[in-house]
Design a protein around this ligand. Structure first.
Ligand code: ARG
Length: 478
């Protein structure tokens, strides 16, 4: 190792007459966070080295030394023995320096036909691809938990709300499946995003490509990329794939946040539809009776940081001229935090949803209280020949009268109901029950228990093709 290599900032120091100040060094270094890319960096470097070897730019001995050196480095990183140095700025220079210590000149040959610009773009894509797969697994697991609870409660009746006012009875299973649909679309968006993440920037070099006879397709195949980021200027500079991931992640968090809001509401003693297992709640240091739904509240709050990361990355990108600019170093922390937040939230929700204790009697009582079968009475009159608008009017008057008497429609004497329409007969009783109401909505996407069970079967079939939620993590990460 030469003296020059041992010095800090050895990658470019020959051009400079003085070292950067300590402050600037700390300001510009990224190793404290981009070390998470270490295993992706090694994977990318090995594919690059194999290509250089295959096209005759790297001899057998040098290639073998690089492969051996990288295996050593990987072991050091995995065992937590690798010494990361801020003097070496980022993950790429840290690993390259160590490789050169281990493999001598072979280490210095690795950077032939490559720049940190295409290197870092490749690393992020490898890392994000694995993160997307983890998130998709976690999303599938959460959907399975929701489907399981929906099956138990395919026939459990609760009030459905609009404007947070009791609207019509629905089944709790049906309500839960609404979230399954949301998360299913989120999974689709992530799968779609993955296709654009999964392209190879390497070969773009600094910005213009390289004068060496490289084989980009070979590197792409070795790394499992589906294609190339073709234009070299675009390859090293755009981070739209990361923005796209954060946008998809933001929608996941929107859905998580809506579910959180409902769980919090349902758990409020005033509503009392559900109880969350104690391990997801905390008490109060002053009020002994409290059991607070901390986990959903925190998830609702964490949606804010994920949206923030999306806006941060959009802003990071918007003013940049082509090609690579150091601004892009700021892409990593938001991206990492987005993936971490998403994964942790989805995993904790899977556990929490599976352990929800439901209080069907509370749900039922609430559904029975708000004249939730009024629409059914109107539909009944329509079936007897009354125009819908007139039926609506008649039932509205009946509801007002029932409210004045302090009873539900189903508790009104038949004679009293007939005052509002002579078309009402004894057979109205079946129509005014909660069970009759939900069972009547018996078409694809309706709330009838039969339809809920059919939807569950469709979701189960779809989810069997999704990644298993408990499968070992595929993360490419230090
Ligand atoms: N740490 C840098 C980043 O994250 C790597 C690329 C540096 N390239 C450069 N020309 N300074 O973007």
């Amino acid at each position: 190792m030469t003296d020059q290599l041992a010095k800090k900032s050895e990658a470019w120091s020959a051009r400079f007459s003085e070292p950067v100040s300590e402050l600037v060094k700390r300001y510009t270094a990224s190793v404290s966070f981009d070390l998470r890319l270490a295993l992706a960096d090694i994977e990318g470097s090995l594919a690059h080295a194999a290509m250089l070897h295959a096209v005759g730019l790297l001899g057998d001995a040098d290639h073998a030394a690089i492969v051996r050196g990288m295996a050593t480095i990987r072991g050091e990183i995995e065992r937590g023995e690798f010494t990361w140095s801020i003097d070496l700025e980022d993950v790429h220079l840290n690993i390259e320096k160590r490789l050169t210590e281990l493999a001598g000149d072979a280490g210095k040959r690795l950077h032939t036909a490559r720049s940190r610009n295409d290197q870092v773009a490749t690393d992020i894509r490898l890392w994000l691809r694995a993160a997307i797969d983890d998130v998709r697994g976690a999303l599938a697991a959460l959907q399975r938990a929701l489907v399981g609870l929906a099956e138990t409660h395919a026939g459990t009746i609760m009030p459905g709300f609009t404007h947070l006012q009791v609207a019509q009875p629905v089944t709790f299973g049906h309500h839960l499946l609404a979230y399954v649909e949301m998360f299913a679309r989120d999974a689709e968006r992530l799968a779609d995003c993955r296709r654009r993440v999964n392209r190879l920037p390497l070969g773009a070099a600094a910005l213009a490509g390289t004068s060496y006879p490289i084989d980009r397709e070979r590197v792409a195949r070795a790394l499992g990329f589906e294609g190339l980021c073709e234009n070299s200027l675009d390859a090293v500079s755009d981070r739209d794939f990361a923005i796209e991931f954060c946008a998809a992640a933001s929608l996941v968090m929107v859905h998580v946040s809506r579910l959180s809001e409902e769980l919090i509401l349902w758990m409020s003693p005033r509503v009392g539809f559900i109880d969350l297992a104690d391990r997801f709640c905390t008490g109060s240091s002053i009020m002994p009776q409290k059991k607070n739904p901390d986990v959903p509240e925190l998830a609702r709050g964490k949606s804010g940081r994920v949206f923030g990361h999306l806006v941060g990355l959009l802003t990071l990108m918007k003013g940049q001229p082509l090609a690579y600019n150091k601004d892009n170093q700021e892409d990593k922390e938001p991206l990492f935090d987005t993936a971490d937040t998403l994964l942790e939230t989805l995993r904790i929700f899977t556990d929490m949803v599976a352990g929800i204790q439901v209080r069907p009697e509370r749900m039922r009582r609430a559904a029975a209280e708000g004249f939730s079968t009024a629409t059914d009475l109107a539909d009944y009159l329509v079936r007897k020949g009354l125009p819908f608008r007139d039926a609506h009017e008649a039932v509205a008057r009946a509801v007002r009268s029932a409210a004045e008497r302090g009873v539900d429609l189903s508790e009104m004497p038949l004679d009293a109901l007939r005052e509002f329409s002579p078309l009402i007969d004894a057979d109205v009783a079946a129509v005014l029950t909660l069970e009759g109401s939900v069972a009547a909505r018996d078409h694809v996407g309706g709330t009838a228990p039969r339809q809920v069970r059919a939807a569950i079967a469709r979701h189960r079939a779809r989810l069997s093709a999704e990644p298993g939620g408990d499968a070992p993590s595929g993360s490419v990460e230090a």
